[in-house]
Design a protein around this ligand. Structure first.
Ligand code: HEC
Length: 104
């Protein structure tokens, strides 16, 4: 039993963003609580607020942008602290949540 739990955990770490997202989101509400940290600027459920809508955007596209923002982020860019404030698994979960919503 213990060994199979380890195998599951290892798979979660090694596998794709989708699998990571499933692991990070499993206990939650599909990522909505985590994603709510983005609603203030990107609108409730990412349906556009002050800035770009995220609902219905491709998960990988969003993840690539977020990874770029946190690696090459310029201090002072509004997204820099947001992109850096989450683990990769959490970002995978958040972007999976937004990608499943219909485009506004
Ligand atoms: C304080 C406001 C604010 C919050 C909170 C915020 N963002 Fe942003 N976001 C922005 C702004 C402003 C831009 C445009 C940045 C730029 O072009 O330099 C942006 C851009 C983006 C982009 C690129 C959009 C595109 O189409 O190019 C993504 C993806 C993104 N944000 C995801 C998120 C996620 C996920 C969260 C929550 C973890 C989040 N943002 C929280 C303000 C915010």
């Amino acid at each position: 039993m213990k060994r199979s739990l380890c195998a599951v955990a290892l798979l979660g770490v090694l596998a794709s963003p989708w699998a990571q997202a499933q692991t990070a989101c499993a206990a939650a509400d599909g990522g909505r609580l985590l994603a709510s940290g983005c609603f203030q600027c990107h609108g409730t459920d990412g349906k556009s607020g002050a800035f770009d809508a995220l609902a219905g955007d491709g998960q990988l596209d969003m993840l690539n942008k977020l990874n770029e923002m946190r690696s090459k982020g310029v201090e002072g860019n509004i997204m820099y602290p947001h992109a850096r404030g989450y683990t990769s698994a959490q970002l995978a979960c958040i972007t999976l949540y937004f990608s499943k919503l219909p485009k506004p």
